[in-house]
Design a protein around this ligand. Structure first.
Ligand code: GLP
Length: 288
């Protein structure tokens, strides 16, 4: 009797696993690469995807990114909100990262950036906004708390991403485990160099550490939406889309994501080998 019960139990577990896998695989498709003529078009397309998601799910859990790239997207969202076409009152947000050592009100903190570029101009409920703290007392504990908050909110539905010139997402620098979780990280010299323009060109003023969602955390978002523009992003974008999956380019993990959308302008797409196919696939995308 025990033997029969054991077989039945194993069959039950296997069926369950198979069912979950099927459900999971249903959404699997190619990484969608959308090439737009310029920055404005890229921003409009990204904003439209976010708008559609909020219309579909008013209490969307939205992951947000900083950097100059998504500013145009945020402007579009602000415009729609002001025109009464978009309601953020139930939207919950989680930002990717924050510099360690900068208090919220520092004008280069990501907390400040997000309020300045988006939150202060939309009808979001401040209680629903999450930007990691750069001045936590116990970072290990804080990072775990941040992960738990994401879980409690039901997980991220749509994660907006930019890409660093070294191919990072969030602040997940080359070499970071592709399974990493939210943690305290050391920035690379390249990132410090890239970001000193925000600190009046003073490299010494750029924090050396950051707190960032891990690659594994980002990969759990139901949909990832990466935006990139300009020639400066042509190399990292080609590595992200067509290079090998490697911890040396943490954005390349998105090749394993079942629902990743990459929106680039023509300059950022200039080093992609299969541009014609991406354009063709976009023009002939299934509408059923
Ligand atoms: C920082 C952020 C990233 C962002 C990157 C690119 O490193 N941590 O999330 O993607 O900058 O910034 P930009 O859009 O200004 O090129």
């Amino acid at each position: 009797v025990l033997k029969t019960l054991k077989i039945e139990f194993v069959t039950l577990i296997m069926n369950h696993a198979l069912h979950s896998t099927k459900k999971y695989l249903k959404g699997v498709r190619l990484m969608q690469v959308i090439i737009k003529e310029n920055y404005d078009e890229m921003s409009k397309e990204a904003a439209q995807i976010i708008k559609d998601a909020i219309h579909l799910k008013p209490n969307l859990v939205l992951g947000l990114a900083t950097g100059s790239t998504p500013i145009g997207t945020y402007k579009e969202l602000i415009r729609s909100c002001k025109e009464g076409d978009l309601d953020f009152s139930k939207v919950v947000t989680f930002n990717l990262d924050e510099y360690v050592g900068l208090p919220q009100k520092h004008d280069q903190s990501y907390h400040y950036f997000m309020h300045d570029k988006l939150f202060n101009h939309i009808n979001i409920n401040e209680a629903n906004v999450h930007v990691p703290s750069g001045i936590a007392k116990d970072f290990a504990q804080y990072c775990q708390w941040y992960e738990d908050e994401i879980d409690k909110a039901g997980g991220i539905d749509l994660q907006v991403l930019g890409i660093g010139s070294d191919g990072h997402i969030g602040f997940n620098e080359p070499g970071t485990s592709l399974a990493s979780r939210t943690s305290l990280v050391t920035l690379t010299e390249e990132t410090i160099e890239d970001n000193k323009r925000f600190f009046a060109g003073d490299e010494a003023a750029v924090p050396r550490f950051a707190i960032t969602m891990g690659v594994g955390t980002i990969m759990e978002a139901k949909c990832c939406l990466l935006v990139a523009n300009s020639e400066k992003k042509a190399d990292p974008v080609s590595m992200l889309v067509e290079g090998p999956i490697t911890s040396q380019i943490t954005a390349s993990a998105l090749q394993m994501h079942p629902n990743a959308i990459v929106i680039v302008d023509e300059s950022a797409a200039s080093k992609l080998k299969r541009v014609d196919y991406y354009k063709w696939a976009y023009e002939n995308r299934p509408t059923f």
